[in-house]
Design a protein around this ligand. Structure first.
Ligand code: HEM
Ligand SMILES: *[C@@H]1O[C@H](CO)[C@@H](O)[C@H](O)[C@H]1NC(C)=O
Length: 343
């Protein structure tokens, strides 16, 4: 009975989000206040943007991603995270790739981001095939999807035509949620992207793959607060496991310890067993706004999560993009440097 109620709740939410995400432009709905904001009219990317100008765009990206992840499979999850850190700060404009004193990439919040060399390699290949035509923001969006798909994750429609930002600021990097925000903070951040509570819960499911540094969760294990060493919301056995795995801050643990390299709904099942690795993961089952969604994704077949993940990703990759209309962006020639800056 309980299950039926939860399923009903999630189906309503999913269907409410679906027409807009699927491209049902102009749909009138009661609950679309927050979906309107991610679809402003100046944000017009196109699904066939490179069809004429750079036909092999996605093929080049796929090949490079395959090459690099074959040597280092951990780059797949790293790319997905890199895209989140791009889109989550001033929109999907490749601002996270700029590399100079005071840029986002140099902020402590970006310290464990990886995958930059792969993006640079794709870009230099792209400059040979289609010089000055393909933005770094588009490359990052394409590479991230390619990596996710290649490791068995779902596929989402990627529209292109993004321009790259000219600037990036280290202080902005803190806008991307760290592992210690509360749910209200996370919801506010996602709302500022034009994303809703369902998107938050679904996209957090990216943590079904990839790793965290032990340094990131140290305080959960050893000095939670003045009186309590370990965060009481961690299952005690799991806390023991994490402590064994985490002797050094520089070591890593899988975010989904049960099926770390499978893009499934195990992450949500773990959360229900108090086996979330990050505070923000575990909070999702404690907060009444997110708990029913976690429960539904844990109990429904994995395909339900995978499908909704694709829908929410298609929204994320549209957040705050700069297009040719805006005239404030450029197509960088090198992803770590703005064309109009000497450094
Ligand atoms: C909801 C808020 C989120 C928070 C607070 C958060 C936080 C984190 C943290 C702290 C780590 C570990 C980093 C480290 O220790 O170095 C991590 C890893 C990761 N995150 Fe998130 N994240 C969030 C949402 C997302 C989203 C939306 C995505 C993608 C759609 C994502 C994808 C990933 C991936 C794939 C990893 C593993 C990276 C790797 O293995 O290199 N995260 N996240
Ligand atoms: C520490 O956390 C525990 C468990 O959440 C709580 O009961 C206790 O009051 C906290 N102590 C302090 C000093 O905040």
């Amino acid at each position: 009975m309980k299950l039926a109620v939860v399923s009903a709740v999630i189906l309503v939410v999913v269907f409410a989000a679906w027409p807009v995400s699927a491209g049902g432009y102009g749909h009138k709905e009661e609950e679309d206040d927050d979906t309107k904001s991610w679809f402003p009219l100046d944000n017009l990317l196109s699904l066939n943007y490179y069809d004429k100008s750079c036909q092999n765009f996605e093929k080049i990206v796929d090949t490079k991603v395959r090459e690099w992840t074959k040597t280092d499979p951990s780059l797949g999850p790293a790319l997905l995270r890199l895209l989140f850190h791009d889109c989550g700060v001033t929109g999907c404009d490749a601002s996270v790739l700029l590399d100079y004193e005071g840029s986002e990439r140099r902020s402590p919040a970006s310290k464990t981001l990886r995958g930059f060399e792969l993006i640079d390699d794709i870009k230099s290949e792209m400059e040979k095939a289609c010089p000055k035509l393909v933005s770094c923001a588009d490359i990052l969006a394409a590479a991230s999807r390619s990596a996710t798909y290649q490791l068995g994750g779902p596929y989402w429609p990627n529209a292109y035509g993004r321009r790259d930002s000219i600037n990036s600021y280290a202080r902005d990097a803190e806008k991307v949620p760290s592992g210690r925000r509360d749910i209200t903070g996370l919801l506010e951040t996602f709302q500022s992207y034009g994303l809703n509570v369902l998107d938050l819960v679904v996209l957090s499911g990216a943590h079904t793959i990839g790793k965290a540094y032990c340094g990131t969760i140290q305080s959960r294990l050893y000095n939670f607060n003045a009186t309590q060493g370990t965060d009481p919301s961690i299952d005690p056995k799991f806390a023991d496991y994490l402590r064994r795995k985490c002797r050094w801050a520089s070591e890593t643990v899988y975010l989904d310890v049960e099926t770390p390299v499978v893009f499934d709904n195990q992450y949500y099942i773990n959360l229900q067993k108090n086996m979330g690795v990050l505070t923000t993961d575990q909070e999702l089952v404690k907060d009444p706004r997110t708990a029913p969604l976690v429960k539904a994704f844990a109990e429904q077949p994995a395909q339900m999560f995978r499908h909704q993940f694709a829908v929410s990703m298609a929204k994320l990759v549209n957040v705050g993009v700069i297009t040719a209309e805006d005239r404030t962006g450029e197509i960088r020639r090198v992803c770590s440097k703005s064309n109009s800056r000497p450094y």
